[in-house]
Design a protein. Structure first.
Length: 300
């Protein structure tokens, strides 16, 4: 497969479409939470994705290697925390607010990587991005809506989901799991999280709420499109295009999430949240901006 050294038109369109799917994903979770209890929903999604991913790996002949059990269990635990927090957040606060806070993940990943990973020091541009994104997160939390659409508990859960997501990235990069195929990394996440979430679900209330066909369709969308196909497509893009270029499109996800929450669910987006969203988006662009190495004159 040909490796590209830049983001071409196809990649740009694909990454914008993928960011749109991730933004729409938040709306789907919010809607399905009306029919299924959030933690139970998250557990069902992991279980369904585990089946789909296993069948895909069998079909493609991808080996299932469970020798790295320690890091595998850790990344599965982080995945459990991420989506337990996110699904509860979307039950308590708005899609727009959850999107701003959840997609602040690169902020916490950059801070942790600075302390834990060699070669991941924070330079001037990244530091500016971190400061802007952190200010946006603080603004979003402190700017409480007057209409009762958001809650502090929901906002903090969204932030907890971002920390769980950062834990996944750190585990994938800093442990022996970094040598595993991306499909195997995802398989660990869904296999471990499914029983954890399903066992924890009864402690968060009745498992079924006002279940309707639309909620089952949303569950299917989550399992097939978001977790299985979406992740595999993302892996394909990463394998073919520069990782920094692919990552730079991540700022679009909270923008689309907030916009779709307003468009499809009628959520209010005040000036404060728009300002927080802008700071986070600009910060993410600066954090993901590729570092330019100084030019070395060639010998003539």
């Amino acid at each position: 497969m040909e490796r590209k050294d830049h983001i071409d038109g196809f990649a740009a369109v694909s990454l914008v479409a993928f960011a749109l799917v991730l933004g729409f994903n938040q709306v789907v979770i919010k809607v399905v939470n009306e029919g299924l209890q959030p933690v139970f929903f998250a557990g069902l999604r992991s279980a369904g994705a585990a089946v789909c991913l296993w069948l895909w790996m069998v079909f493609r002949g991808v080996p299932r290697d469970f020798s790295q059990a320690g890091p595998g269990l850790l990344i599965g635990l982080c995945f459990s925390v991420e989506f337990l927090m996110l699904f509860i957040a979307l039950d308590l606060t708005t899609v727009a607010r959850a999107s701003v806070l959840f997609y602040s993940m690169p902020v916490w990943l950059a801070l942790a990587a600075h302390a834990l990973l060699p070669g991941e020091r924070i330079g001037g541009m990244k530091a500016a991005g971190l400061a802007l994104a952190f200010a946006g997160v603080a603004w979003a939390i402190l700017d409480r809506p007057s209409g009762g659409q958001g809650s502090l508990a929901g906002d903090l859960c969204a932030l907890g989901g971002a920390l769980g997501w950062a834990g996944i990235a750190l585990t994938a990069r800093a442990t022996r799991l970094s040598a595993a195929r991306p499909e195997m990394q995802l398989l660990w996440q869904v296999l471990v999280s499914a029983p954890i979430l399903l066992i924890a679900a009864p402690f968060f209330g009745p498992l079924v709420r006002d279940l309707a066909p639309v909620h089952l369709a949303g569950l299917g969308f989550q399992v097939v499109v978001v977790v299985t196909a979406g992740f595999l497509f993302w892996m394909w893009l990463i394998s073919r295009y520069p990782a920094s270029g692919v990552a730079s499109f991540s700022f679009l996800s909270p923008v689309f999430g907030a916009g779709l929450g307003w468009l499809l669910l009628g959520e209010e987006i005040g000036a404060g949240l728009l300002g927080a969203l802008a700071l986070v988006a600009i910060g993410l662009v600066l954090i993901n901006r590729p570092r330019r190495d100084p030019q070395v004159p060639q010998k003539v």
